[in-house]
Design a protein around this ligand. Structure first.
Ligand code: SF4
Length: 309
């Protein structure tokens, strides 16, 4: 059965709604059905742009997938990768994906293969003649190495690394819960029930702390209460900023979870006010205005649609 267009909620969708209404429109409406061959060319173009990534996001994705594979090997009783395999494999993936993007191989499968906005917009930072590309790429190679070394070595992460698979509650699983009739997406990186019965939720971070990070953990905590029947006072969230080896611990309790759900309700209300069914119509992009040109635009996938290249 074909997937139906619907209004769902996630922390990233809410963040986009706040940062630029036009980007929100293009992400969730203007690119809808763009994956269909022979469909509306405007939707196709928006969808191809939506599927692009950037080096910081690619590095983060590679770290998440390497850690996920590490845990899955453990769960399945397979040999886990050696330290060099774990780290070198991730760095090689960065190199391979960079080449896929540079050589335009992504055109064969835009949804699956790496297409970097840095290449698409021929940004100066990936200029090879000047040496800028080498410096830029090395930055993300080092970020991957630092993140994976931290995952393996930090004593604070030992309870997560050593948790028995029988206690695991989530490992990068795409999951949803219903909130007042709207599907809410929550993807905890890793969660398990600790020996004292409390629920520990981990979020691996490869960037610097953002104000939205704590809110994200509160949403996961609400999910833990909803899905795993967790006692709100016994849910602990951890943001692990791997490159800098910092850990931020959040214990939202019932009050924090209710506050997060209140924010979600408010956000859904704002989104509902402009929602339309993109299966049936294109809507009016002017109802989703562009923001003033600034730093948000300089790294946005949709620059060519907004004439901000
Ligand atoms: S280029 Fe700027 S105005 Fe256009 S969608 Fe992106 S952030 Fe919004």
């Amino acid at each position: 059965m074909a997937i139906q267009h619907e209004l769902s909620w996630s922390a990233s969708r809410a963040g986009t709604f706040q940062s630029c209404p036009r980007k929100y429109y293009l992400d969730y409406y203007g690119s809808w059905l763009g994956w269909q061959q022979g469909g509306d060319p405007a939707r196709r173009q928006a969808w191809v742009l939506k599927k692009m990534t950037r080096m910081p996001m690619l590095a983060g994705q590679i770290v998440h997938e390497a850690i996920e594979e590490w845990f899955i090997a453990k769960r399945e009783g397979r040999a886990q990768p050696s330290r060099p395999e774990f780290i070198d494999g991730a760095v090689q993936r960065l190199r391979d994906d960079y080449q896929v993007s540079k050589q335009g191989k992504w055109r064969r499968r835009p949804a699956k293969m790496c297409h970097l906005a840095e290449h698409h917009y021929q940004e100066e930072r990936i200029d090879e003649a000047s040496g800028a590309a080498g410096t830029y790429g090395a930055q993300y190679k080092e970020r991957i190495i630092a993140s994976l070394e931290a995952f393996l070595d930090m004593p604070e992460l030992a309870p997560a690394r050593e948790a028995d698979p029988s206690t695991w509650l989530a490992c990068e699983d795409m999951t949803t819960f219903d909130f007042q009739g709207t599907r809410v997406f929550a993807i905890p990186d890793f969660a398990y029930r600790a020996e004292d019965g409390s629920v520990h939720i981990w979020d691996w971070k490869t960037g610097t702390p953002r104000a939205a990070d704590e809110f994200q953990l509160q949403v996961y905590a609400g999910y833990a209460r909803e899905k795993w029947n967790a006692d709100p006072e016994r849910v602990v969230g951890f943001d692990a900023y791997l490159p800098t080896r910092e850990i931020v611990r959040v214990e939202p309790g019932a009050a924090g979870m209710d506050a997060a759900l209140g924010r979600i309700a408010e956000s859904i209300k704002e989104m509902t006010a402009v929602h339309f069914n993109a299966d049936r119509e294109d809507g009016d992009p002017d109802k989703f205005p562009m923001i003033e040109q600034g730093s948000e635009c300089s790294s946005c996938n949709y620059r060519e649609l907004c004439d901000r290249t």
